[in-house]
Design a protein around this ligand. Structure first.
Ligand code: HEM
Length: 242
């Protein structure tokens, strides 16, 4: 068999695969799957990020060394940033497209809107999602670029490596800033809690044994995030971390 005759059929199979993948993405289930996968990437990041941030309780040397380590490996840092950015963008785009699809599917001429197809969870997601997006923008300007931080410190000014310990302490010494973070952490907890709920619901994951266990795990993770993240501004305000 000649190579020339095999090539077009391989290309044809590839294009059939691509069009199958695209039509899956264009379906509501495909978009929900994208939201689920990118949501899990985001949740994994916030859990790892919280564990890193909790090192603030171990003092400036440990926390700043951890920050330095992250910045010392540009492929790791920029690789992780790229994955996160793509996941966040896909999550937002799929969310907007899904809510448009839901709005179009709703029968026209409803005198009174009844949340028949949309659960309490999915409605809170539409509020908590945009609030979290605003928080992420503020947070990056606050602790990453320092633009929104009145007293931003670098541990290596030449290479622009921030000093996370000093930045967290100086940032949270302002009670208004701490309150904004605590409010954002409550929104994050609701988003993850309800996100997990709609994930099981919309993907039809209804295994009698595993679904309740996975839901409890998602609930525990959202409470752990709330507790661990709020402990940081509260400890700074109480003078425990200074
Ligand atoms: C009390 C809670 C939090 C604290 C104390 C905190 C602290 C920090 C600090 C100090 C940095 C800068 C690290 C550095 O460049 O040295 C940072 C970066 C970042 N944080 Fe947070 N964070 C918190 C919660 C969150 C949450 C809830 C999210 C997401 C929803 C988040 C997303 C990010 C992202 C995306 C970055 C940029 C990472 C990078 O440099 O690529 N953070 N955070």
């Amino acid at each position: 068999m000649s190579v020339g005759s095999a090539a077009p059929s391989a290309a044809g199979a590839r294009s059939a695969d691509t069009s199958k993948l695209l039509s899956f993405y264009h379906s509501p289930v495909g978009k929900k799957a994208v939201m689920a996968i990118t949501g899990l990437i985001g949740a994994g990041f916030v859990i790892a990020h919280m564990l890193g941030n909790l090192q603030v309780f171990l003092g400036p040397a440990v926390m700043n060394a951890y920050g330095m380590k992250l910045h010392e490996s540009p492929p790791l840092l920029y690789g992780a940033r790229t994955v996160l950015l793509i996941a966040l963008a896909l999550h937002i785009v799929a969310a907007v497209q899904l809510s448009r699809m839901n709005a179009q599917a709703r029968p026209k001429g409803y005198a009174k809107w009844t949340p028949a197809g949309s659960s309490y969870a999915s409605r809170t997601m539409r509020v908590s999602g945009p609030l979290l997006a605003l928080f992420i923008i503020y947070h990056l300007l606050h602790f990453t670029s320092g633009v929104a931080h009145p007293n931003f410190h670098y541990q290596d000014a030449l290479h622009r490596v921030p000093a996370p310990y000093e930045n967290v302490v100086a940032g949270f010494s302002n009670p208004v800033v701490s309150l904004v973070y605590i409010a954002a952490m409550i929104v994050l907890m609701l988003h993850i809690h309800h996100g997990a709920w709609s994930l099981f619901q919309s993907l039809g994951l209804n295994h009698p044994r595993y679904t309740p266990a996975l839901r409890s795990l998602a609930r525990a993770a959202s409470y752990a995030l709330l507790t661990g993240n709020c402990a940081i501004p509260l400890a700074v305000l109480a003078g425990v971390v200074k």
